[in-house]
Design a protein around this ligand. Structure first.
Ligand code: FES
Ligand code: FE2
Length: 360
């Protein structure tokens, strides 16, 4: 195995890390009685709810002739294949073959451990024996609490991006782009030069920026529920929990009204690889202050995220075309993103997946 350095990792082809919980859907997306299909790590996955509300996840292929089970019917405690009516329970075991009594042992499909928490359905694609429920992310870990009535939690949207998941972690840890790609949308232009610190603790990479005094442009004002022109301070913490989750925390203070409680807004964003060059980014927004979420607030954030999506897809297209021959030059502000890149490559290698390396 070659030693990994920042110069030899190709972020467009980073490997999967299977032994971890990944968000595969918002809880509300999986309705009773309806099959729900999504991909994770190149595997087709069927999610369904049993009549008691419990959620189940199966490899989405019937072992008989390979028809996606998601094209079938959801029954009380099984899913029925649309083609010949074989039925499968939550463990993937075939429980009925309409044309015979004997059920061959091989007539089963893979099942995956799943848990619902923080408004998401989390799936474990790796060794089921290692699927420890205590490892599922929770609100307390994010710095907010469901039982604290001051906090509000709002599922925003899921963004699909045709890029390797490493590119999104790197993008989210690269906060200098906010002042350029998103100017006017979520920043007035001062973030790129605000002082910052970076740190790494295990597989958690953190970048913090401190803006002592700024003036709210209309986009920032709307985002943080304050009037345009408001003087505010902003502490931005961007934190990758590799390989499956990113948290952005904005603490907005009011320097001209020091007794006023700060506004804390969290973007809780699980990141899931659908394939090597395709990811899902889920977004739940948690706020410590009252906010009436309107459709245009979601649209505002969607517009910003589309800017990131289009940029990352353009970068990925370069990796798809040139592989590790696509050269890049890094600067100091890229330190946190490069840490995440190295950690993801190491996690992949530790899991037995070889990170594709640049021969340079
Ligand atoms: S293909 Fe599913 S029952 Fe035949
Ligand atoms: Fe961005």
């Amino acid at each position: 195995m070659r030693e990994i350095s920042r110069n030899v990792i190709c972020p467009g082809t980073q490997p999967f890390v299977r032994d971890q919980w990944y968000a595969i859907a918002f809880s509300h997306e999986v309705e009773r009685g309806k099959p729900f299909a999504r991909k994770c790590m190149d595997e087709p996955v069927l999610l369904f709810r049993e009549s008691d509300g419990r959620i189940a996840a199966l490899y989405d292929r019937c072992p008989h002739r390979g028809v996606p089970l998601s094209q079938g019917r959801v029954l009380d405690h099984a899913v029925e294949c649309v083609y010949h009516g074989f039925q499968f329970d939550r463990t993937g075991r075939c429980v009925l073959i309409p044309t015979q009594e004997h059920i061959p042992q091989a007539a089963c499909t893979r099942s995956y451990p799943v848990i619902e928490q923080m408004q998401f359905v989390w799936i474990w694609m790796g060794d089921p024996a290692k699927a420890d429920a205590a490892l599922v992310p929770n609100y307390a870990q994010m710095g907010c609490s469901e039982s604290d009535r001051a906090w509000r939690f709002e599922p925003y949207f899921m963004m699909e991006i045709k890029a390797n998941y490493s590119l999104l972690f790197e993008n989210l840890l690269d906060t200098s782009h906010i002042s350029f790609l998103h100017i006017g949308g979520i920043d007035g232009g001062n973030m790129a030069t605000a002082p910052y610190t970076t740190s790494t603790d295990g597989s958690v990479v953190t970048l913090e920026r401190d803006l002592k005094r700024d003036m709210a442009v209309p986009g920032t004002a709307k985002l943080f529920s304050m009037p345009a022109g408001q003087v505010f301070s902003r502490r931005l913490r961007s934190q990758s929990f590799l390989p499956h989750l990113h948290l952005i925390s904005n603490t907005i203070g009011f320097p001209d009204a020091p007794s006023r409680a700060p506004h804390v807004r969290l973007n809780i964003m699980p990141i899931t690889p659908a394939s090597r060059n395709h990811l899902y980014q889920f977004v739940v927004i948690a706020t410590s202050y009252p906010v009436n979420v309107t459709p245009d607030m979601k649209e505002q954030l969607w517009t910003v995220f589309v800017q990131d999506r289009d940029t990352l897809e353009a970068i990925q297209a370069g990796y798809d075309a040139f592989g590790p021959d696509l050269r890049e030059v890094s600067v100091k502000a890229d330190a946190a993103a490069l840490s995440a890149r190295r950690i993801l490559a190491r996690l992949g290698q530790a899991a037995g997946e070889e990170a594709p390396l640049d021969p340079a």
